[in-house]
Design a protein around this ligand. Structure first.
Ligand SMILES: [Zn+2]
Length: 261
């Protein structure tokens, strides 16, 4: 008999870290130079706290129906969908306030990959981003394990995230994991959820869109709010990847660090 069943129905690990991811930028639209896959890792007992903080921002803007106000970076900045009736200043403030919740929290770790599509071609940029983020999340959990804080990880993606390719990858996650080197600390295959129902996936979208604005448009105004929260140890950045063409001049933290080694 499985010895765990003797004592408890709990699996033989104690807690779960959840990594919510979303994408930004189109693989097929030529004018998007980069695609981004990014999001936030929180401990399993924290999603409610983060969600209610986003609800509070929504309630101030739309008291009658805060749940209808979905936080997506492109909609907020473009004044689209439910954001249409909200003034530009208030929309930008809402975006900054939402990122500020992450920026001020000690309970969140960010991961992201910005992949220059032409530079990675003919490989699939989103698959490469997914591989990078999964491996970095796995190593983050491995560090916790070495510090006697054994935790498992679960990746949660927006249903619409690059529906075809990432869902296929997710289905074959274990096989793919082998191709990349074993992912030791992930509990199961990734889950797909509806972003309308999950404030945490909406945060992931806000993070991904802020990264995209930074790398596509050189606009760091949103990115700077969350920049200190990417996984890093002793000043070495692990949680953010920028894949550039060979010889490209980029002054982002990831590229500066790469040049220095
Ligand atoms: Zn860079």
């Amino acid at each position: 008999m499985d010895r765990w069943n003797l004592y408890s129905t709990r699996p033989p690990f104690f807690a779960m870290h959840l990594l919510y991811l979303d994408d930004s930028g189109s693989v097929t639209t030529a004018s998007d130079r980069h695609i981004v896959l990014a999001g936030l890792c929180v401990f399993e007992r924290q999603p409610h706290w983060f969600a209610s903080n986003l609800d509070d921002i929504a309630t101030k803007l739309w008291p009658e129906s805060p749940q209808s106000l979905e936080f997506r970076g492109a909609d907020i900045l473009g004044g689209k969908k439910h954001w249409r009736g909200i003034g530009k200043e208030d929309r930008i403030k809402a975006y900054r306030d939402a990122l500020g919740i992450l920026g001020k929290s000690n309970q969140v770790t960010l991961f992201g990959a910005a992949i220059h599509k032409a530079a990675i071609s003919p490989a699939d940029p989103m698959e490469y981003a997914f591989e990078q983020v999964c491996n970095r999340f796995d190593r983050f959990l491995g560090r916790l394990h070495k510090a006697d804080n054994t935790q498992r990880g679960l990746i949660i993606l927006d249903k619409t995230t690059y529906e075809t390719s990432l869902q296929g990858l997710a289905r074959n996650f274990r096989t793919v994991g082998h191709r990349w080197g074993q992912l030791y600390n992930l509990a199961d295959v990734p889950m797909f959820v509806d972003s309308k129902a999950t404030r945490l996936v909406q945060y992931a979208d806000l993070v991904a869109h802020a990264i995209r604005k930074y790398y596509e448009n050189g606009d760091a105004s949103l990115f700077d709010i969350i920049a200190p929260k990417f996984d890093a140890v002793g000043g070495v950045l692990h949680g953010l990847v920028h894949f550039t063409p060979v010889g490209a001049q980029c002054n982002c933290r990831h590229c500066r660090q790469r040049k220095a080694h």
